[in-house]
Design a protein around this ligand. Sequence first.
Ligand code: F6P
Length: 366
Amino acid sequence: MGSRRIGLLTAGGDCPGLNALIRAVVLAAAPRRWDVLGIEDATNGLVDLEYHRPLGNHWLTFDDVEDILARGGTILGTSNKSDPFHYVVQRDGHRVEVDVSDRMMENYRALGLEGIIWVGGDGSMRIAQRMGEKGMHIVGVPKTIDLDLGGTDYSFGFHTAVETITSAVDRLQDTAESHDRVMIVEVMGRDAGFLALHGALAGGAHICLIPELPYRIEPVLAKIRERCNDGLPYSIAIVAEGAAPAGGAPSYAGPPVPGEMPKLLGAGARLGTELEPHLDLDTRVTVLGHVQRGGSPNQFDRILATRFGVAAVEAIERGDFGRMVSLRTPDIVMVPISEAIAKPRRVEPSSSLLHAARSVGVELGE
Ligand code: F6P
């Protein structure tokens, strides 16, 4: 047995770089002679110690992390519906929510863990904060492709997702130009438009609609017509999944399911339906969906995940709990988890990102 036992879990939607982080934690813990328990499927492995996905909870070895630096996903598994305060169980044929946070606390103590490295986005950090208030020693690590968690300049996974969007837009430019079409690309971004805006700037899109700016259809049509008049009868529009017209609601895939995040789908199709009757051009819609969450992390995300993993181990060593590792370029610093979740992170109206988009003629539907 090592000199200390710590836990590591990945929670929320997966993203490129999680495995790079797991590797860094195991490699940085090894010279300290610590044992690192890989907790399966977010908090599920801590709620139920017998919980069994492919591997079950297990002490991570060099062999586990030997070849995972470049692999997407997470070898620990994850879940975005594993809130111990609202744990969904079947009772008498019905789905009901129960609070299993005390059981999770007991298991944490029974395992003799000195702390947990808790990797997650906004929702997961809110749960981590509440478990911290119950006495669990937590070091948070930010992870979100939407970039909707505060307290850090970037989390890993975001830049790889932007690369995926950019390469899709590059391809769609080719076919849009060949066929004289309006190509609509729906990207992730439930409440925050960072992915859409970065994708629009990197891919040279002509229109970009984000959740923070309810759109009007007239300026979007005007932009497409202006391009036609300039001899450019094709356009690319990037639409965040959470974008909605002024006075309208976002597009959902179906009715809400208890214990699950509502599924967003259809913002791109809706824009196509709104545009087509007013245009002589065909429109086509591409939904990038979960393609954006997978794939090998790019070099930025590998390096950031590695730096975060090392910093998280060092924070446990110092007993620096209730805080989250964070990038304040160029440094890695610690911020209270409470501060990171205090205010949802959104594209601010005054942001230089929006300024740059407007300045190069990206139509935001305002
Ligand atoms: O939170 C990240 C995110 O990728 C959102 O942009 C998206 O709405 C959601 O996850 C999709 O989650 P799921 O994997 O449950 O479909």
